[in-house]
Ligand binder design. Structure first.
Ligand SMILES: Nc1ncnc2c1ncn2[C@@H]1O[C@H](COP(=O)(O)OP(=O)(O)OP(=O)(O)O)[C@@H](O)[C@H]1O
Ligand SMILES: [K+]
Length: 258
């Protein structure tokens, strides 16, 4: 590249990521076993620059790294990615920026395939911990007509076969069905059926509640989280609107939070 004519110039950070994969985060001063460690190239500025370069932009990075092995490796990385390094300087006065990143198994993700498309990218099945859909979404994705808990189990099993870890199919007043790699026999988690005033937003209330329990009550079983989420979503269907119908903590039975 002619350094006089870069199309994209990024002035920003350039960090070496030291990534540990662990089952949980250590407490202060605690040493725990991890399952994997790797070193990666990161930093927001450098990430953006490399993405632009890989798409074909003529790029230059403006930053300073340490006169150390991390710094040398980073400059080599820029060169491999066709980023002009004429303005990447090295200093002996400081070390190259490093970020210690711990990725724990407790950061869990929920994927809601709404609105559903039949040709969903297969990566979506494998990349989330919980795959949560309603009857019609399950049907569009799998081709299995979902009219009962046993149909939902069949659709859930198909989604498991596509690589999902755990599938929840919500069934309105019938609660939902859960299937997982760990326990592939479909289980119907019934709920107390209420007379619905307006079901708009029930699915989102359910998923929001589930996210709350995953984040704040990780010790609960998935079945217990789902039962509690069923209850919260059942409150939402008894009032009009979407967010206007979502209950506050103070309005719910307090044993939901024990
Ligand atoms: N009549 C009802 N009685 C009790 N609970 C209900 C009722 N309707 C819905 N729910 C609760 O809400 C959850 C989600 O409902 P549903 O499966 O209808 O979602 P949805 O189709 O995504 O809703 P929407 O698209 O309207 O937001 C159910 O799993 C259940 O917990
Ligand atoms: K509602």
């Amino acid at each position: 590249m002619d350094p006089a004519s870069p199309q994209v110039v990024v002035v920003g950070s350039c960090m070496t990521d030291l990534v540990s994969i662990t089952p949980r985060l250590p407490r202060a001063g605690e040493t725990i076993h991890g399952s994997k460690f790797f070193i990666g190239f990161g930093g927001k500025g450098a990430n953006q620059c490399i993405q632009a370069s890989r798409l074909g932009a003529c790029t230059a990075m403006v930053c300073k790294v340490g006169d150390d092995s991390f710094g040398n490796n980073y400059i080599e990385n820029f060169r491999k990615n066709d980023v002009c390094t004429d303005f990447v300087f090295q200093t002996g006065a400081a070390a190259t920026g490093a970020a210690s990143i711990i990725v724990n198994a407790e950061v869990r993700t929920i994927f809601n395939p709404a609105p559903a498309v039949a040709d969903l990218d297969p990566a979506f099945y494998t990349h989330s911990d919980v795959f949560c859909c309603n009857e019609s979404e399950a049907e569009i994705l799998t081709g299995v007509q979902v009219k009962s808990p046993s149909d939902a189990g069949a659709a859930g099993s198909e989604l498991l076969a596509r690589g999902c870890q755990l599938v929840l199919v919500t069934l309105g007043g019938e609660g939902c069905v859960i299937v997982s790699k760990e326990d592939p026999k479909p289980k119907h988690i019934a709920t107390h059926k209420v007379k619905a005033v307006d079901t708009t937003g029930a699915g989102d209330s359910f998923i929001g509640a589930l996210a709350f329990f995953l984040a704040h009550y990780p010790q609960l079983s998935m079945e217990e989280m789902v039962k509690r989420s069923n209850h919260i979503a059942s409150v939402s269907v008894q009032a009009a609107g979407t967010q206007t119908s979502y209950p506050h903590r103070k309005d719910l039975p307090q044993d939901i939070f024990s």
